[in-house]
Design a protein around this ligand. Structure first.
Ligand code: MRU
Length: 367
């Protein structure tokens, strides 16, 4: 059941501790990034060290680090790698590095949001600061993005947990968990928080074709966190809903437009349609950094297309005829009218519309 009551009381502040970390910065300004190499999951847990901008672009493109907020944090760190690794004018290098990083993946707006944040900090200081001070400012800004993401996840977790009742069964798609952020996740943050508050929660995880983030990553991280999780294929979601097994859907987002349209991993739109048919609440959990203040409609979002080989020979197994024609959009857009609520760090936006999104942006101090 989903609702606003809980055995532990609403919004009891709770620290959720997870036994893994998505990414972090090691050392000072001349340090590097360490990240859990997500393409190896669930078979191997290995750290990938990233020391240069090309290495960061490669890590983002290959999905070694993935999920909108985590990509944003990685891109902020990438700006520091570019600036610290060059003797040239800091502002010039920052502008070039931003362009390079922004081109690594097109859909998650958190990436461009983070690089813009570091660059605009430098632009605001450039007239009055030395090159060394600018380098230090870029580092401080990237660390603030990292810390901010961790805090935002905690806040969304507390707000979202109020929508989860003791004994609830929830469905999620792709991975919007800790491994998609620097903190405890977006869609999974309310689930971790509810669990820590003592509520019993069961999660159905869509496997998420073709790169299986739901099977490889969500199922892995929920099991590691001690949450009861059942893996299903994407095409089973509507069936499981029709059996009355799902109380609410919780997903993340890569970009939300001003009218409340929600872009997320391919297949999310179908889940939302099935939820609407069955009268099941469809909640999106996303920080304000996922809201694109420049786009008025989901139709305008650039949708990444991935290589055909991810479908025809995923994980080294050929599953389609050689030379089969393939179409491979990595994301889709769920229209606002299918969304029950968007849970942000600035509050819950019910039945999202332009007015609700703009009010949340105002509360969050975003112009
Ligand atoms: O291609 P991916 O794995 O980066 O896609 C991730 C998703 O679609 C997530 O649901 C989204 O980024 C929200 S993450 C908190």
């Amino acid at each position: 059941m989903s609702g606003s009551e809980s055995s532990a009381g609403p919004s009891a502040p709770i620290d959720v501790e997870l036994p893994f970390e998505t990414l972090s910065w090691v050392g000072g300004l001349d340090g590097h990034v360490t990240m859990l190499e997500q393409t190896f999951l669930p078979l191997r847990e290995e750290q990938l060290l990233v020391r240069t901008v090309p290495e960061m672009v490669d890590a983002i493109y290959r999905l070694a680090v993935r999920g909108a907020p985590a990509i944003g944090v990685a891109a902020g760190f990438g700006m520091v790698l570019g600036i610290a690794g060059s003797d040239r004018d800091v502002l010039e290098v920052a502008r070039e590095t931003k362009k390079t990083l922004d081109a690594s993946r097109p859909t998650a707006v958190n990436l461009m949001w983070a690089t813009a944040k570091v660059l605009s900090k430098l632009e605001s200081l450039a007239g009055s600061s030395s090159q060394e001070e600018l380098r230090a400012a870029a580092f401080a800004e990237a660390m603030a993005i990292y810390e901010g993401d961790r805090q935002t996840c905690r806040t969304m977790g507390l707000l979202g947990a109020e929508l989860i009742q003791d004994g609830a069964t929830l469905l999620t798609h792709c991975n919007a968990g800790a491994l998609a952020t620097a903190g405890i996740g977006t869609a999974l943050a309310p689930i971790y928080t509810a669990h820590a508050q003592g509520k019993r929660v069961h999660v159905f995880s869509d496997e998420t074709r073709p790169l299986l983030q739901g099977a490889r990553i969500t199922t892995w991280e929920l099991m590691r966190a001690g949450i009861d999780v059942t893996l299903i294929t994407d095409s089973m979601a509507a069936r499981v809903m029709s059996e009355g097994k799902i109380d609410a859907v919780f997903v993340g987002s890569d970009r939300i437009t001003r009218n409340g349209d929600v872009c997320n991993k391919i297949g999310t739109f179908g889940v939302a349609l099935a939820a609407k048919h069955h009268g099941i609440p469809f909640h999106v959990v996303a920080p304000l950094s996922t809201v694109d203040p420049y786009l008025d409609s989901g139709k305008l979002i650039p949708i990444e297309e991935r290589p055909a080989s991810e479908i025809t020979e995923g994980f080294g197994n050929r599953t389609a005829p050689m030379d089969a024609k393939v179409y491979a959009p990595a994301f889709d857009v769920t229209p606002a009218e299918l969304v029950t609520s968007i849970i942000t760090e600035a509050g819950i936006i019910e039945s999202p519309s332009m007015t609700g999104i703009e009010a949340a942006l105002d509360r969050g101090g975003v112009q």
